[in-house]
Design a protein around this ligand. Structure first.
Ligand SMILES: [Zn+2]
Ligand SMILES: [Zn+2]
Length: 148
């Protein structure tokens, strides 16, 4: 494991380098990630903002304010979603793991917003499955409306 890893958008206009250690890595099942990436769920890892350096294509990075507190940055040329930032946690920037060209320093650790997951997604791993308002709360084993 090297101390940095590089990543890129699909067209290669935006290239960046991340320094480790990372803060966490998680699969996010929220509806905004799903829609933004057109994917069943999105795997993010996070570093402190100073540990992310955009090497080329900073002028190609567009920002979409996806909520009152969060924004998503993507390549304006190819549309690849790369970074997610929130003023609720300015100490970190989330980076789409799928954009990385090299391994990072950890494996995915958990599922967030698991109760918002797409009905057509089946998860077969044994990682913790969290959800609720913050996406990080323990979920009941069975929802009350399911009875039982
Ligand atoms: Zn691109
Ligand atoms: Zn999400």
């Amino acid at each position: 494991m090297s101390e940095t890893a590089s990543g890129s958008c699909l067209c290669g206009a935006v290239r960046f380098t991340v320094s480790f250690p990372s803060l966490f890595c998680a699969h996010c099942h929220c509806s905004m990630c799903r829609r933004n990436h057109g994917a069943g769920y999105v795997t993010w890892f996070a570093v402190a903002p100073a540990q992310l350096v955009v090497e080329t294509g900073a002028d190609q990075l567009a920002r979409y304010e996806s909520s009152a507190h969060g924004s998503r940055k993507f390549c304006r040329r190819c549309g690849s979603s790369l970074f997610c930032e929130s003023n609720q946690h300015p100490e970190r920037v989330d980076i789409a793991l799928g954009a990385m060209l090299e391994p990072i320093d950890r494996e995915p650790q958990l599922h967030t917003y698991f109760d918002s997951r797409a009905s057509w997604i089946t998860v077969g791993d044994s990682l913790p499955r969290l959800g609720g308002k913050t996406g990080m709360e323990p979920l009941p084993k069975k929802k009350p409306e399911e009875g039982g």
